[in-house]
Design a protein around this ligand. Structure first.
Ligand SMILES: [Zn+2]
Length: 65
């Protein structure tokens, strides 16, 4: 006989952060968008930074936690 526990982690009431700033593109020195955001995955909060340049298509996503 197997007992199965079901666990639910509530994410209600937690505000996920997102910040968008403009930075210099590391690739073409143009104007790139830097986005910092948090993502709730598997019950834990992960933070990511994304640098995206629309001029040269540079894209880099990084986990910072
Ligand atoms: Zn660029």
């Amino acid at each position: 006989m197997t007992t199965v526990f079901s666990t639910t982690i509530e994410s209600e009431g937690y505000e996920l952060e997102q910040t968008v700033t403009t930075v210099e593109c590391p690739s073409c020195r143009g104007c790139a968008i830097h986005r910092f955001y948090e993502s709730a995955e598997g019950g834990s909060i992960n933070a990511f930074t994304v640098i995206h340049c629309e001029q040269c298509d540079y894209y880099r996503e990084r986990c910072v936690r």
